[in-house]
Design a binder for this molecule. Structure first.
Ligand code: SF4
Ligand code: SF4
Length: 277
């Protein structure tokens, strides 16, 4: 039996998930519970409570043998099911093989530089993804991992060897802030930051800026101190945006001036490539 991964969705063309034009594959499930998560429907596996079935306006959902079944041919993509799910899951998750994923993006392959796996947290499926990457490489495509860093890459040697590069979230440098935001400490994240930089497989570090909630300046200063020794690594500072966040956070997005102040701090700390979005 071929291994399968739980896929929340596939975006055939993306310009924001690594270098160039890429197909992005979002996997289901994550151990973090970030307060600002924009894809909360990727956090948990479906528990088949059935609550979403009755809200579907076109009867694309049904219960069969104690499981929710999604008919993609009928679905109109309104996402009423996702908004209803109190389990932060989705009835549209698919168990796919590597071949099925590559087949689905087949018509995009001539136009993309590579694929990026994201989530949820894609490293939950690290052996499956290593296999997917092997197949994508044989088609001449580059393979990137977008990770929250919750799993030690030294414990996933097959994936570390197979991927071209990783993009790593450092959500907060201070472990207490990290725990407040995500529900977990950041020891492994910081170990991954050092390890991936050391082996030359860190393309980008990302920090979401949330004024009045996180110690943004401390995180930018500390991460920049580490990246200053590695001029090839980009540091992306991302504005907190309230859209899709459930339950909503009682904070304002950062101003452009505050983002520029942090970017200046990163540059002054020695980072050559700083990007604000
Ligand atoms: S997707 Fe959510 S609401 Fe629908 S059956 Fe699964 S857990 Fe229940
Ligand atoms: S997204 Fe699709 S399955 Fe979900 S409620 Fe809308 S039509 Fe139904």
């Amino acid at each position: 039996m071929p291994e399968r991964g739980l896929v929340n969705r596939i975006i055939p063309f993306s310009y924001v998930d690594g270098p160039g034009n890429r197909s992005a594959i979002f996997f289901q499930g994550c151990d973090f519970r970030c307060r600002y998560c924009h894809n909360p429907e990727t956090q948990n596996l479906c528990i088949a409570c059935g609550a979403c079935v009755s809200v579907c306006p076109v009867q694309a959902l049904s219960m069969k043998d104690g499981k929710v079944v999604w008919d993609s041919a009928v679905c109109v993509g309104c996402d009423a099911c996702i908004q209803t799910c109190r389990n932060y899951s989705s009835p549209k998750v698919r168990r796919m093989t590597a071949e099925e994923i590559l087949e689905e993006i087949g018509s995009s392959l001539p136009f993309i530089e590579g694929i990026t796996v994201s989530g949820g947290e894609c490293t939950r499926y690290h052996t499956f993804i290593a296999e997917l990457f092997r197949k994508a490489h044989s088609l001449g495509k580059t393979c990137f991992v977008d990770t929250n860093g919750q799993t030690d890459f030294r414990q996933m040697p097959e994936l570390a060897a197979e991927m071209n590069m990783a993009m790593l979230d450092v959500k907060a440098f201070d472990s207490d802030y990290h725990r407040m935001l995500t529900g977990c400490g950041n020891d492994v994240v910081l170990q991954n930051l050092s390890y991936l930089a050391e082996i030359g497989k860190l393309y980008e570090v990302r920090t979401v800026i949330v004024p009045g909630y996180l110690d943004n300046e401390d995180t930018v200063r500390q991460v920049s101190r580490i990246l200053a020794q590695r001029p090839q690594i980009r540091y992306k500072l991302i504005q907190y945006r309230p859209w899709g966040v459930r339950p909503s956070m009682d904070v304002e997005p950062p101003t452009a001036a505050y983002m520029e102040k942090l970017a200046t701090l990163a540059r002054a700390s020695g980072v050559e490539k700083v990007v604000c979005t």
